[in-house]
Design a protein around this ligand. Structure first.
Ligand SMILES: [Zn+2]
Ligand SMILES: [Zn+2]
Length: 384
């Protein structure tokens, strides 16, 4: 396998830092920190990595997969995985926990089979379905990050008797469409508001909370009179609704289904089998693309002028970066910013902008693009 010279350099740096490790005398505190930090990780700047990706001519495929299965030592699992995936130039974001693995990644097309063979060589992942993103330019990720987490999906469940062993029944696209013909079937969207806003299944129920951990008890409460009805849970890639279906069964619901592989897999099956898509609009995804179009319906509105629009964007002001929906006219009018205030800052000389950001309270987490921050700000915009 040939690698571009730049990447070989990057790898040398990695190996060097590893081989030095045992010989370096750190104070206890520092060495502990060093141990808990990712041992195998990139030492090249984000900017440079992104530039390398854009110079890369080899086409890439964006895929995602997850599986709930017991992992005894997530740290060891993580390090082995990092070495194997890094060797075949895989980029992406992967979470590993005692309860399983959740991965979104991009792989050079020529290495796709190698990746598949490697994953299948791990017993619990043998035969795992790899969801291939549609409407994809392969530029979703430019670095490989694998993190050990408490859970692959934070659920807030404290009940020790809850188990992922008993899950709802999987449904594929064909079965989903069939079940939807029965008007008494209840479809539940287990994603966040900004995801539901740009695309969802027809008549899907939104569970209005910012976090999945709050949505679980809320869904149980909302549907408590419907324990005998057919209930289909869905989410982006299946990981949230699979846990949600297990939680519904745990709470006495009888006929719980969940969409296998989520909207991503549904979209693919609909396309392949030429089925009618009951999902309308865009499927929001958390990478550079911020969404893949499933149908031509535009069901959301520009947060600034109210015109039909469903393209999310990050505010161009580096001190803001708010994620919001903006139409083309407003993109031009506000220079891609979320407000006149941000536009004013954006049009200042760069040094002045940097000086302003320095003055801001770090506690405001101005550069934090996390979901927690996203939702309240979106609400503020929505109220305008
Ligand atoms: Zn607009
Ligand atoms: Zn802004």
């Amino acid at each position: 396998m040939r690698l571009p010279p730049a990447r070989q350099d990057g790898r040398k740096i990695c190996v060097l830092s590893l081989s030095l490790r045992p010989g370096i005398l750190f104070t206890t505190q520092v060495s502990l920190k060093f141990q808990t930090m990712a041992v195998l990780h990139n030492r090249v700047s984000q900017k440079e990595l992104k530039e390398r990706l854009y110079q890369e001519t080899e086409p890439r495929t964006t895929i995602s997969f997850y599986r709930y299965f017991p992992i005894a030592d997530p740290k060891i699992f993580r390090d082995e995985l990092y070495q194997a995936l890094n060797a075949i130039s895989v980029f992406g974001r992967i979470y590993v926990a005692h309860e399983g693995i959740n991965a979104q990644l991009s792989v050079p097309q020529t290495n796709f089979e190698k990746l598949k063979m490697y994953l299948y060589s791990i017993e619990a992942l043998n035969g795992i379905r790899l969801n291939i993103a549609v409407d994809d330019d392969g530029k979703s990720f430019w670095v490989l990050k694998i993190k050990v987490r408490e859970k692959i999906v934070a659920d807030g469940i404290t009940d020790q008797s809850f188990s992922m062993e008993r899950k709802g029944k999987y449904v594929d696209a064909g079965r989903m469409n069939e079940l939807l013909q029965d008007k008494s079937t209840i479809v539940v969207d287990m994603r966040n508001h900004y995801e539901y806003e740009v695309g969802h299944f027809e008549n899907a129920l939104e569970v209005p909370s910012d976090t999945f951990r709050e949505q679980l008890p809320m869904a149980v409460e909302m549907l408590k009179e419907e324990k005998d009805k057919n209930i289909i849970m869905y989410c982006t890639g299946g990981i949230r609704c699979e846990k949600a279906s297990a939680y519904m069964l745990h709470n006495g619901f009888k006929n719980v289904f969940h969409l296998e592989g989520g909207i991503i897999n549904y979209a693919r099956q609909v396309k392949e089998a030429e089925l009618e898509s009951k999902f309308i609009g865009k499927n929001f995804v958390f990478d550079d693309r911020l969404g893949e179009r499933i149908t031509d319906d535009i069901i959301a509105k520009c947060h600034q002028c109210g015109q039909a629009a469903d393209s999310h964007t990050n505010c161009k002001n580096d001190g803001c970066h708010l994620l919001f929906i903006q139409c083309e006219a407003c993109t031009a009018k506000y220079d891609g910013c979320c407000s006149v205030e941000c536009q004013t800052v954006y049009n200042m000389p760069l040094e002045e902008q940097a000086a302003m950001r320095k003055g801001l309270d770090k506690g405001m987490m101005v550069f934090n693009k996390s979901r927690q921050r996203l939702r309240p700000r979106l609400n503020e915009e929505g109220k305008k």
